[in-house]
Design a protein around this ligand. Structure first.
Ligand code: BG6
Length: 484
């Protein structure tokens, strides 16, 4: 039983991630009764010189937006704000972290927490350049002193390094300070409803079990598109690019869940063992199976280098060397400033052998899982066109979450993942060896791009990206289907 009080520390409390994701997720958990006033305290820590009142006012400004007229909501919000305290200090200052520790300890004493049972969660909403010093400070001054049911856990966000060696260096540094059990590497795609559904779909449905392999599946696409550009994040983005920002982490995590073998059980280690295995089975990426793009106008951003070679779009084909997937291309595609915003998985089946209906030109069977917007999954299939004539059309078996689960609010990814951290469930977090295997796949390609050996093609904003990407898709065997 984890009866001790809970202190949540948001480091980087005045930054953008804290504002957009961390605090809103904490507030939602509080509204739903997952964080209780009598046991939780939330500490904001940052360099900005403001008071607790100052932080509360800021939070009030953005958390209360849109609900100004609801007394119930404003009541929740003022109760939530009462839990917040702010400590100002720099990320390498002993005094700052000693003060933070003092505040946390006072909170624990005020809640009569039994020695050894208190829980401390540190959320690093910070740039990676300060991870190391912050983690040192936490380790030296802010650990829960306990060997009972209490704990100290650290949530870290990507980017976890820029390539294999820098990621390994960071992992080694954090590994010296904390045990793997204490480190929660967040990839928020793992908290999305339909991503969490992937293993259920695959392993709890007889429909899919016999079909999910190279005998039946022709190709798989995992796609992320955004209809806006870097939106004020040009400085960060130009250093990382779309492969490091989206593909190496978010899409690759989805890839793992689509392609991995069945885990022994749902224990976090069992699931993550299988993810590592499939990552290790990926063959080296071939440069001719990559298309890079950069949208026209990207370099107009003053924070972006005028010579930038950074891709804002990429299509990369991964090939798995194992019994299940030999020969099936997994097409990972991500782009900014495209014609729509969407994230989806498209599993395209092979054609029906000995087709007597001549229906293949209408399209193949496809199973589509739309992660966002409007969560849905649908199967494209051939049916008889209703009516007197015997002809066929493509139609869909459609499970649209907004229609089927009208009274369920789908939780934000961050809410779920913070709750998992409090509960100590690491299944939806990236393990150190998984991270390493992910970097092993992309590092050679990234180095080629960094060295200027591979250059992005210019594409028009609000387009589908460079036409060469569609040509690569067609070459890989994808057949465009109609409708939907
Ligand atoms: C972040 C990337 O990790 O994910 C952003 O840094 C991207 O560039 C965002 O916009 C997309 O997340 P979501 O949940 O909106 O698909």
């Amino acid at each position: 039983p984890e009866a001790g009080c809970l202190s949540i520390v948001v480091l980087g409390a005045s930054g953008d991630l804290a504002k957009k994701k961390t605090f809103p997720a904490l507030f939602n958990l509080f509204r739903q009764g997952f964080l209780l006033s009598n046991e939780v305290h939330i500490f904001g820590y940052a360099r900005t010189n403001i008071s607790t009142e100052g932080l509360r006012e800021r939070l009030h400004g953005y958390l209360g937006k849109g609900n100004e007229d609801s007394t119930k909501e404003s009541d929740y919000l003022s109760k939530f704000l009462q839990l917040i305290k702010y400590v100002s200090g720099s990320y390498d200052s002993e005094e700052g972290f000693l003060l933070l520790n003092k505040e946390i300890s006072e909170h624990e004493t005020s809640k009569n927490s039994q020695p050894g049972t208190s829980r401390r969660l540190f959320y690093l909403a910070l740039p990676p350049s300060v991870y190391r010093s912050v983690c040192r400070m936490i380790r030296s001054y802010c650990m829960n002193q306990s060997d009972l049911t209490g704990w100290t856990r650290i949530i870290v966000e990507k980017p976890f390094g820029k390539d294999l060696s820098s990621a390994e260096e960071l992992s080694a540094q954090l590994g010296e300070l904390f045990d793997e059990k204490q480190l929660y590497r967040i990839d928020h795609y793992l908290g999305k409803e339909l991503v969490q559904n992937l293993l259920v779909l695959r392993f709890a449905n007889r429909f899919f079990l016999p079909l999910w392999n190279r005998d039946n599946i022709d190709n798989v696409q995992i796609v992320f598109r955004e209809n806006f550009g870097t939106k004020g994040r040009g400085g960060y983005f130009d250093e990382y690019g779309i492969i490091r920002d989206i593909i190496q982490n978010h899409l690759l995590q989805v890839f793992c869940l689509v392609a991995m073998e069945k885990p022994v059980s749902l224990k976090p280690e069992h699931v993550r063992d299988e993810k590592v295995k499939v990552l290790q089975s990926v063959l080296p990426i071939q440069p001719e199976e990559v298309v890079l793009g950069q949208y026209d106008g990207y370099k107009d951003d003053p924070t972006v280098s005028p010579q930038s070679n950074t891709p804002t779009f990429a299509t990369v084909i991964l090939r798995i060397h194992n019994e299940r997937w030999e020969g099936v291309p997994f097409i990972l595609k991500a782009g900014k400033a495209l014609n729509s915003s969407k994230a989806e998985i498209r599993v395209q089946f092979k054609e029906v052998p000995g087709d007597i209906y001549k229906c293949q030109k209408q399209g193949r069977n496809e199973f589509v899982i739309r992660l966002q917007p409007l969560e849905a999954m649908y199967m494209k299939l051939t049916v008889k066109k209703p009516g007197l004539e015997m002809s066929t059309i493509q139609s869909e078996l459609d499970l649209s979450y907004t229609q089927r689960y009208q009274d369920v609010t789908i939780p934000e990814a961050y809410e779920r993942l913070i709750l998992d951290t409090i509960r100590g469930d690491q299944q939806h977090f990236v393990r150190r060896d998984e991270l390493k295997a992910a970097w092993e796949i992309f590092t050679p390609l990234l180095h080629k791009i960094d060295d200027g050996d591979l250059k992005p093609l210019l594409y028009k904003p609000s387009s589908r990206g460079p036409p060469e990407a569609d040509q690569l898709l067609a070459k890989a065997g994808y057949v465009q289907t109609h409708g939907y």
